[in-house]
Design a protein around this ligand. Structure first.
Ligand SMILES: NC(=O)c1ccc[n+]([C@@H]2O[C@H](COP(=O)([O-])OP(=O)(O)OC[C@H]3O[C@@H](n4cnc5c(N)ncnc54)[C@H](O)[C@@H]3O)[C@@H](O)[C@H]2O)c1
Length: 248
């Protein structure tokens, strides 16, 4: 029996990359999984099949994290289909990198709307259900860049630092309601997001990692599972860097 038997989890941007790995890791521990994405690829069908192979229920919901009403609809669908919502993973995110001198207003707005407002939207949409259940776990996917900054990512680092602010504030707002809110800050993970980097950018990033390799998405997912499991019942408001030693 897994540590998340009969729990219901919702993962945003769960169709591929880290979100897909998180969905699978939660299902492997016994949770039913709803995952959203703005646009699904064939990877989402593969994910649904794998969730069912674990003997769990799976549900894919097309939803844009930038819209509060779409977030509320997604949460309502999960509660209607699965009867409850125990775990929310705010994972959806994008990059639109540029040096500040060249960054357009659109690049700034797109990243803030998805990475920062998206987390606000889903926390707001989910909290009433979690409060009525008198328990809940929220994990927000930030980034080490939100802790230490990175040239060319002023929009992304601001959004990910903002996610840490949301995490700490909601941890305090929800502590008495038995809802724990934590953040995971990955370093450099091998996903479609980083596959678009040039060889030169990759080499530069790898030189900053004491462990001298990228993370596999599964190495982020296992930490998320820990944070939503009973083993982490007294942890809230924390930011766990999973980064091969980049930030210490
Ligand atoms: N890959 C890394 O090195 C790395 C490092 C630190 C943090 N992160 C964070 O981890 C999370 C997952 O990243 P990833 O590497 O798996 O990226 P990815 O691009 O592979 O996956 C992100 C998913 O989010 C979805 N998405 C984008 N905009 C959306 C929207 N408006 N509404 C709903 N879904 C949307 C995408 O369609 C995609 O399926 C992101 O928040 C990212 O910022 C990634």
């Amino acid at each position: 029996m897994g540590v998340l038997e009969n729990k219901v989890a919702l993962v945003t941007g769960g169709g591929r990359g880290i979100g897909k790995a998180i969905s699978l890791a939660l299902a492997a521990e016994g949770a039913d999984i709803a995952f959203t994405d703005i646009q699904f690829s064939s990877e989402a069908d593969d994910l649904l099949t794998k969730i069912k192979d674990f003997g769990r229920r799976g549900l894919s919901i097309e939803s844009d994290v930038r819209s509060l009403s779409s977030a509320q609809e997604a949460v309502d669908t999960v509660v209607k289909e699965f009867g409850r919502l125990d775990i929310l993973i705010n994972n959806a995110g994008i990059t639109r990198d540029n040096l500040l001198m060249r960054m357009s207003e659109e690049e700034w707005d797109a990243v803030i709307a998805t990475n920062l407002k998206g987390v606000f939207n889903y926390c707001k949409a989910a909290c009433r259900q979690m409060m009525s259940q008198r328990e809940g776990k929220i994990v927000n996917i930030s980034s080490v860049v939100g802790v230490v900054g990175n040239p060319g990512q002023v929009n992304y680092s601001a959004s990910k630092a903002g996610v840490i602010g949301i995490t700490k504030t909601l941890a305090k707002e929800f502590a008495s309601r038995n809802i724990q809110v934590n953040a995971v800050a990955p370093g450099f993970v091998d996903t479609p997001m980083t596959q678009k980097l040039t060889e030169q950018q990759r080499e530069a990033l790898l030189s900053l990692i004491p462990m001298k390799r990228m993370a596999k998405p599964e190495e982020i997912a296992s930490v998320v599972v820990f944070l939503v499991s009973p083993a982490a019942s007294y942890i809230t408001g924390q930011v766990l860097c999973v980064d091969g030693g980049m930030v210490m």
